[in-house]
Design a protein around this ligand. Structure first.
Ligand SMILES: Cc1cc2nc3c(=O)[nH]c(=O)nc-3n(C[C@H](O)[C@H](O)[C@H](O)COP(=O)(O)OP(=O)(O)OC[C@H]3O[C@@H](n4cnc5c(N)ncnc54)[C@H](O)[C@@H]3O)c2cc1C
Length: 383
C-alpha cells in the first residue's frame, strides 16, 4: 500500500509527486511512456512567472533560450505585444524528466511503460490496475493528460471540448524567424479562435498551428506562406489540447485531478505547462495534508482552490469566443492602432482618440476594455 499513487509523469504529475516524496510519503508515479516526456507534444514555451511562482528555477539542462515576451500578429502583418514579461523556450522532454526526477531523488518510485487501465475504490483507498499489475494507494492523483482515463473512469467528466495542434520543429537555418527573441502568435479568421506560431528555441524553431481547425493543413499552409519547407523539419509534433472541460469535481475524498486531465489549460492560447505545474503542486500539497491528518476528505479543499484559480476564470472563455467571431478586418484595425504597442495602451482616452478616425470601432469599446482585463490576467497566468 502506497501513501499516494500519481498517474502521469508530465509537469502536473511530476509536481504532484514532489511535495509528497519530500515529506517522506511513499509515492508511486505510473507513466505509460517508456521515456518520460517523449515524444514531446508541446511548442515548449513557458513564462518565467509560471516557473518562479511554483518554486522552480530555470536550469541549463532544459532552458534552450530566454524569451522577451510575445507578440500577436494580425492578418495584415502588423503586430502588438501580448506581453513583455520574460519566459523561456524549453526542452520539454528534459524539463518533464527533471521535474519527476526531483521526486525520485526524494524517494518516489517511478514506473515507466505502465499504462493504467482500471481503477476501483478499496478499503477507503484505491486499487489501480495496469494490465496484469495492481497497485494500492491511499491517495490517487490523476495527471494523465487531456484524454484522462481516470477522470472518465471516476465519472467526473461532464463535458470535454478539445482542439488539435500540429507543429514542425525546424533547424534554425531552415526557418524564417522574424523576431528571434519573442514568441509570435499569428491570428486570423482562418484559425477560428486558434493561431499559428513561430517560437524560436535556441538552435531550432517550433512552427505550427492549432485551434478548431484542421491543424495539419493550417500548419503546412502557414509554413509555405512564411517561406519554410515542411520537408526540412527535424520533427513533427502533434497533440490534443483541452479547450473547455466541465468536471463534476476536481477533488473528491482521496482523489484529485490536475493539469490537462482537469482541463485547466488556457483556452486563449493552449498553454498548459504553468497551469499543470500549479495544479499538480497544489494537488500534492493537499495530499500531504490529507495524509498527515489521516483525512482523505481534505482533498475536497483542492476542488475549491482550482475552481477559484485564475486558470479557470470565465473571462478567458468569454474573450476567446468573442475573438472567434472577429473578421480579419477587425483584427487588422486593432493591429493598425496597436502596431508596436501593447494592449496596455487600450484606455478610454486611447479609444476616444481612435473613434473619430474609425467610428465603427466605437461599437467594440466595452468589449475591448473587458479584453484588457483578460489579457492582464493572461500576462501572468496565461503562459
Ligand atoms: C502541439 C502542442 C503545443 C503546445 N505548446 C505549449 C506551449 O508552448 N506552452 C504551454 O504551456 N503548453 C503548451 N501545450 C500544452 C501542454 O503541452 C500541456 O498543457 C501540458 O503538457 C500539460 O501537462 P500535464 O502534466 O497535465 O499533461 P501531459 O504533459 O500530457 O502528461 C500526462 C502524462 O500522463 C501519461 N498518461 C496518460 N494516460 C496514462 C495512463 N492511462 N497510464 C499512465 N500514464 C498515462 C502520458 O503519457 C503523459 O506523460 C501544447 C500542446 C500541444 C499539443
Amino acid at each position: 500500500m502506497h501513501d499516494a499513487i500519481i498517474v502521469g509523469a508530465g509537469p502536473a504529475g511530476g509536481m504532484a509527486a514532489r511535495p509528497l516524496a519530500a515529506a517522506g510519503y511513499s509515492t508511486l508515479v505510473l507513466e505509460k511512456k517508456r521515456i518520460v516526456g517523449e515524444p514531446v507534444q508541446c511548442a515548449e514555451g513557458v513564462s518565467a512567472f509560471g516557473l518562479a511562482s511554483n518554486g522552480l528555477r530555470p536550469e541549463d539542462a532544459w532552458v534552450a533560450q530566454r524569451i522577451d515576451g510575445a507578440r500577436c500578429v494580425v492578418p495584415s502583418g502588423r503586430s502588438f505585444f501580448i506581453t513583455r514579461l520574460p519566459g523561456y523556450a524549453i526542452d520539454r522532454a528534459a524539463f518533464d524528466r527533471w521535474i519527476v526526477d526531483g521526486a525520485v531523488d526524494d524517494g518516489a518510485d517511478l514506473r515507466t511503460s505502465t499504462r493504467v487501465t482500471g481503477v476501483e475504490r478499496r478499503d477507503g483507498g484505491w486499487r489501480v490496475h495496469a494490465g496484469e499489475e495492481t497497485f494500492e494507494g491511499r491517495i490517487l492523483i490523476a495527471a494523465d493528460g487531456p484524454t484522462s482515463f481516470l477522470a472518465k473512469a471516476l465519472g467526473l467528466v461532464r463535458y470535454q471540448e478539445q482542439i488539435r495542434a500540429y507543429e514542425y520543429r525546424f533547424p534554425r537555418d531552415a526557418a524564417r524567424v522574424p523576431d528571434p527573441d519573442r514568441f509570435l502568435l499569428y491570428v486570423g479568421e482562418r484559425y477560428d479562435g486558434g493561431y499559428a506560431w513561430i517560437f524560436p528555441k535556441g538552435d531550432s524553431v517550433n512552427v505550427g498551428a492549432g485551434g478548431h481547425i484542421d491543424a495539419h493543413a493550417a500548419a503546412v499552409a502557414f509554413c509555405r506562406e512564411h517561406g519554410m519547407d515542411p520537408d526540412r523539419r527535424e520533427k513533427v509534433i502533434a497533440g490534443t489540447i483541452p479547450y473547455r472541460y466541465d468536471l463534476a469535481a476536481y477533488g473528491i475524498p482521496g482523489f484529485a485531478v490536475a493539469g490537462d486531465a482537469a482541463g485547466v489549460t488556457n483556452p486563449m492560447n493552449g498553454a498548459g505547462i504553468h497551469p499543470g505545474l500549479f495544479s499538480g503542486r497544489i494537488a500534492g500539497e493537499f495530499a500531504c495534508a490529507a495524509l498527515e491528518r489521516e483525512d482523505p476528505g481534505g482533498m475536497a479543499g483542492y476542488d475549491r482552490v482550482i475552481r477559484n484559480s485564475p486558470f479557470l476564470d470565465p473571462i478567458l472563455w468569454w474573450m476567446i469566443e468573442r475573438v472567434r467571431r472577429w473578421p480579419d478586418r477587425l483584427m487588422d484595425d486593432v493591429g493598425e492602432e496597436l502596431d508596436g504597442l501593447d494592449w496596455r495602451a487600450v484606455t478610454l482616452r486611447f479609444a476616444a482618440s481612435v473613434v473619430p478616425r474609425k467610428p465603427w470601432l466605437a461599437l467594440h469599446t466595452r468589449e475591448f476594455l473587458r479584453m484588457v482585463r483578460a489579457l492582464e490576467l493572461c500576462e501572468h497566468f496565461g503562459w
